[in-house]
Design a protein around this ligand. Structure first.
Ligand code: ADP
Length: 299
């Protein structure tokens, strides 16, 4: 006849050994395979990251300020200047980077050392969009699932050796930017994108404070849609009270990286899947992107 205690012993999970400490337990002595597996994946993650010199996250307080546009054009600009660049789109619910780079419908393939990012002119791109059967398919994942997918985007992807990885996260301070900051402790920092209209909003200051609380360096603020660049003569006319981004950056004690004017060609290029900095290289906005890249990758 066995006792109630014996029943408890039989149902005890080997994975609980580490925290139980009961030597009389039937499961005592079983080793928990999880820590070793976790060590392995941590090593894999660290190995991948160690081959990427600079890692920059692009954030914004609100949507529609041009965050993805900035991420794409900073990455492209850096690539065109001769750097080896990756672009990681972790805007899981609204991936727009495949559209902006004309990569909709592309699917990821496996290689010898993991999944292969999609390459466009040498730029290595990875987006959840490449995993969807249809661009209109919604992604329905909760926090822990998102964290695990984002981890795989780094750990299981053959990024190779890169000078720069630009990471586009959704607006706000939710699961995705938090996952990136936790998975990449050596992140070089965050670029915060805002517009003249949104500069006074609390959201942009929240993004800056989010970085400060997590110990992530704010590399600087970019004021996008700042003034209007005439597509004919290139002259930039200040509209919508441009310049607030610089003042806000000063007030928050973070650097100001530069302004990018409204240029109808930016929107057109994005819709047509062309990289603006390449197709309109001589425009003031493309020049502004180059200047910001120089600032970010100077050291
Ligand atoms: P977010 O990632 O912040 O939601 P997007 O990068 O998707 O914003 O940009 C929103 C829209 O604004 C897109 O259609 C994009 O082409 C357009 N856009 C972004 N920046 C500019 C700009 N400087 N000039 C003109 N259009 C822009």
């Amino acid at each position: 006849m066995h006792s109630k205690e014996d029943d408890q012993k039989k149902t005890c999970e080997p994975s609980q050994c580490g925290s139980c400490g009961d030597a009389s337990c039937a499961s005592a002595g079983h080793t928990n395979p999880q820590p070793a597996a976790a060590d392995d994946t941590d090593r894999k993650l660290k190995d991948r990251l160690s081959r990427i010199r600079r890692k920059i996250i692009v954030m914004s307080g609100k949507g529609g300020v041009g965050k993805s546009t900035v991420a794409v054009n900073l990455a492209m600009s850096a690539m065109l200047s001769g750097q080896r660049v990756g672009l990681l789109d972790v805007d899981l619910h609204g991936p727009s980077i495949p559209t902006m780079l004309g990569l909709v419908g592309q699917r990821l393939e496996g290689g010898e050392n993991g999944m292969l990012p999609i390459e466009i002119g040498g730029l290595k791109v990875l987006s959840v969009g490449f995993l969807l059967n249809h661009p209109d398919d919604p992604v329905i994942w909760r926090g822990p699932m998102k964290m695990s997918v984002i981890r795989q985007f780094i750990e299981d992807v053959d990024w190779g050796d890169l000078d720069l990885l630009v990471i586009d996260v959704p607006p706000g301070t939710g699961d995705e930017p938090l996952s990136i900051c936790q998975l990449i402790p050596e992140l070089d920092g965050a670029v915060i994108v805002t517009t003249p209209q949104k500069v006074a909003a609390a959201d942009v200051r929240k993004s800056i404070n989010f970085c400060k609380e997590l110990g992530v360096t704010v590399l600087g603020v970019i004021e996008n849609m700042s003034g209007f660049a005439c597509p004919k003569c290139g002259e930039v006319t200040p509209i919508l009270r441009a310049g607030g981004g610089r003042i806000m950056a000063e007030q928050m004690h973070v650097p100001f990286l530069g302004s990018i004017p409204i240029d109808p060609l930016i929107a057109e290029s994005g819709d047509e899947g062309k990289a603006f900095v390449e197709s309109a290289a001589s425009s003031p906005a493309a020049g502004a992107f180059r200047e910001i890249v120089r600032e970010l990758t100077m050291a």
